[in-house]
Design a binder for this molecule. Structure first.
Ligand code: GLY
Length: 254
């Protein structure tokens, strides 16, 4: 069960966020705010207490709070983002994380790691190697996990921005999976829900207590998740998609 979530309001500077899809255009500020309100509403509906941080215009991507911390049952890790324009975001999340956690750990240079590359499955954490997370960062996280009696393993990635751009663990051994991860033997043991190329963005869903949040515009994914027995809430994140953002990276849940 998740009791808490942390989100950060998007700033006007979100239009300068990192994007791999400039053809989608720039986010519309008014709509980003409306969609953020709806996202917070969905988290609250799922029974989560949401801490809302003010926008920080210095960091265009800082509403994507998931990348700057990894929150577990026993401890939190402040990460070291691999994207140069995101360096410093991790420092401005520390104070609020300290309110919830006594045990704080840090990813240190030359290690880089972003939370979007970390997928929690019970007490095991899959860590994707990406342009943002390097081997050193992944090893540092694995050492921290061992210290607290947990474990981690490395997943090579080649196409996705982050590990969780192509994977979502819905609990109960059910994994949403797309693209390069479909045939990855690391995930052999899971019951898989395959996401087709046309709806690739919707592989980034989140299970929040009794519900799965699914991005708008992915009818097949929604039906597949419902058919697997989950209750679904559809949330529109079209403006965040324009800057590589999705449902998971908009919050820290713990
Ligand atoms: N714009 C979010 C990211 O690429 O990190």
């Amino acid at each position: 069960m998740f009791k808490n979530a942390i989100v950060r309001r998007p700033g006007h500077s979100l239009v300068n966020g990192i994007t791999s899809t400039p053809e989608l255009g720039k986010p519309d500020y008014g709509l980003t705010i409306k969609q953020h309100d709806a996202y917070i509403g969905a988290l609250r509906f799922c029974g989560v207490e949401v801490t809302v941080l003010q926008a920080d215009e210095r960091f265009p991507d800082s509403c994507f709070v998931e990348d700057v911390a990894v929150c577990t049952k026993k401890f939190a890790v402040i990460t070291n983002p691999g994207a140069s324009s995101r360096k410093g975001e991790e420092k401005v999340i520390i104070e609020v994380i300290k309110k919830f956690y006594n045990n704080l750990e840090y990813i240190k240079e030359p290690g880089t790691l972003e939370g979007g590359d970390v997928m929690m499955v019970g007490e095991h954490f899959y860590i994707g190697l990406s342009k943002r997370t390097n081997r050193e960062g992944a090893h540092q996280l694995i050492e921290v996990l061992k210290k607290y009696g947990m474990s981690g393993s490395i997943v090579e990635t080649s196409e996705m921005l982050h590990l969780k751009s192509g994977l979502a663990y819905l609990e109960d051994n059910i994994l949403l999976v797309t693209g390069e991860f479909i045939n990855n033997l690391e995930f052999k043991k899971f019951n898989k829900i395959m996401i087709e190329e046309e709806e690739i963005y919707s592989a980034n869903c989140i299970r929040v207590n009794d519900y799965v949040l699914v991005p708008a515009g992915s009818p097949e994914t929604k039906e597949k998740i419902k058919a697997a027995g989950f209750k679904v809430i559809v949330v529109d994140t079209s403006e965040y998609r324009k800057v590589n953002g999705g449902l998971s990276c908009l919050s820290l849940r713990f």
